[in-house]
Design a protein. Structure first.
Length: 85
């Protein structure tokens, strides 16, 4: 499952640099997560880093983008196979 940022976000800027897939970006009002790039840190870390650093706990699983661990792993592989070394 990809993650999402709720409107409880305080724009503290701590999540964006933690994302190894560059899935977090500033939206019009709050930070947003690109579900096409979010792997919940599968392939990088045991737990999502944005969730770990968020001071207001506003990064839940996105019910619109339900993905199992294998799907997240495949997304990680696609993202990093396309990335320049």
């Amino acid at each position: 499952m990809a993650l999402m940022i709720t409107d409880a976000c305080i724009n503290c800027d701590v999540c964006e640099p933690e994302c190894p897939n560059q899935a977090i970006y500033p939206g019009p009002e709050i930070y947003e997560i690109d579900p096409g790039r979010c792997t919940e840190c599968v392939g990088h870390f045991a737990e999502p880093q944005c969730v770990q650093v968020c001071p207001v706990a506003c990064i839940p699983v996105d019910p619109q983008h339900v993905e199992d661990h294998e799907t997240l792993w495949q997304k990680f592989q696609r993202l990093h196979a396309a990335a320049p070394n």
